[in-house]
Design a protein around this ligand. Structure first.
Ligand SMILES: Cc1cc2nc3c(=O)[nH]c(=O)nc-3n(C[C@H](O)[C@H](O)[C@H](O)COP(=O)(O)OP(=O)(O)OC[C@H]3O[C@@H](n4cnc5c(N)ncnc54)[C@H](O)[C@@H]3O)c2cc1C
Ligand code: FES
Length: 351
């Protein structure tokens, strides 16, 4: 195994990177925050220009890194590994008020594994060391066999030694059907790394908040609400929509109803698409459009399947909320990767 030096421009910082390590991973472990979202070569967010040196482009999706971009010397640094010393040009992604937590490896023990909704399991992992993260960020859970999958942390950063994940079963999915919903058991030892992603609560955005999630897209939003409760938020209204197909999918409903009953600033709005609930039926984008014909002056956080995120984004923009006020986390999976949709092409759409 060889180790090379990666110089990151325009800041001129240098990091060491093994020849089997993704360039992004080496940077994030040194606290150099470069844009990224899926960390699996699917979305194109981490595209960077290789100014000098050779890389192995790894498992970059042909949709996220076009042939012409390959010819121009671009790489998706979440999957690209060095073949010698490198100089890359990245968009250094430091935002005032957003703490940078370097990525680290963790070992944990499965403390609880519960079915909380049809096809959804809550996984509670007691970690060997505290994980520092911003509410909304995710971890990479290593599967038996070496590969990893991203899962958003649903618990609060103020409980850093015990994290909660919400995992939805995917039919024939390697991690879910083949492991979490099959062999994984309480007491098992697991490994993971994190934190990743820039989908996290922005405390400095001084505006009312919309939290919009579908399915297990509720996970990072629950982390945000827990964090606000624990840190004594009362600045602005926070409205949470949870999209599911049937009422049985409304997991953690009692917890959110309790928060709603306790704090004036919080509202919980289930969006049930195939059954009537509280006199309404509909997906998140529909109910949102009914409730907010004008959404300007707010800040929104959307999380869930790429289709839901896209539709909700459109509903918000129609209601005059600009992309700069919208944060999104797309739960890409192998099917999205194979389909090649939802790739970042517009500079206005920032993941
Ligand atoms: C940033 C981020 C955060 C996430 N957070 C969460 C979370 O908190 N909770 C959560 O439940 N999920 C989350 N996900 C999704 C998660 O990481 C996994 O993608 C998901 O759990 C499926 O993993 P899997 O290995 O079981 O399925 P995979 O094996 O990856 O397959 C997924 C689906 O695609 C199908 N498939 C596989 N290959 C192909 C192909 N070539 N063509 C067509 N279809 C194919 C499979 O049959 C399956 O139905 C997140 C994703 C991202 C990017
Ligand atoms: S973060 Fe690299 S392609 Fe998505």
């Amino acid at each position: 195994m060889a180790t090379y030096t990666v110089q990151v421009e325009p800041i001129g910082a240098s990091v060491s990177c093994r020849d089997d390590q993704a360039v992004l991973d080496a940077c994030l472990r040194e606290g150099i925050w470069l844009p990224h979202a899926c960390t699996h070569g699917t979305c194109g967010t981490c595209k960077a220009l290789v100014l000098d040196g050779d890389v192995d482009l790894g498992d970059a999706s042909p949709y996220a890194l076009l042939d012409s971009e390959r010819d121009d010397g671009c790489a998706l640094i979440c999957v690209a590994t060095p073949r010698g010393d490198l100089v890359i040009e990245g968009e250094i992604d430091v935002e005032e008020g957003v703490e940078v937590h370097p990525v680290r490896d963790f070992t944990g023990t499965v403390e609880a594994l519960d079915d909380i909704a049809p096809g959804v399991r809550r996984l509670v992992i007691a970690l060997d060391e505290p994980l520092s993260f911003n509410p909304g960020q995710y971890v990479q859970l290593n599967m038996p066999g070496g590969d990893a999958r991203p899962y958003s942390v649903a618990s609060s950063p103020l409980a850093p030694s015990r994290i909660e994940l919400h995992v939805k079963r995917s039919e024939n999915g390697v991690c879910t059907d083949g492991w979490v919903f099959k062999d994984l058991a309480v007491g098992d030892v697991v490994t993971l790394s994190g934190p990743y992603g820039r989908f996290s609560f922005r405390p400095m955005r001084d505006k009312p908040v919309l939290l919009l999630g579908s399915g297990t897209g509720l996970a990072p939003l629950k982390s945000i609400v827990s964090h606000l409760v624990e840190t004594g938020w009362d600045d602005h209204d926070v409205v949470l929509y949870h999209g599911v197909s049937t009422v049985a999918g409304l997991y953690d409903r009692e917890w959110f109803e309790q928060v709603e009953a306790t704090y004036d600033w919080f509202s919980y709005r289930p969006a049930v698409s195939r059954e009537e609930h509280n006199g309404r039926t509909g997906r998140v984008p529909q109910l949102l459009a009914e409730d907010y014909p004008r959404a300007a002056g707010r800040v929104a956080y959307i999380c869930g399947s790429p289709d839901m995120v896209e539709d909700t984004m459109k509903a918000l923009m129609k209601a005059r909320l600009f992309p700069r006020d919208i944060y999104r986390e797309d739960f890409f999976d192998s099917a999205d990767r194979a389909a090649g949709t939802h790739v970042v092409r517009s500079p206005l759409i920032r993941r």
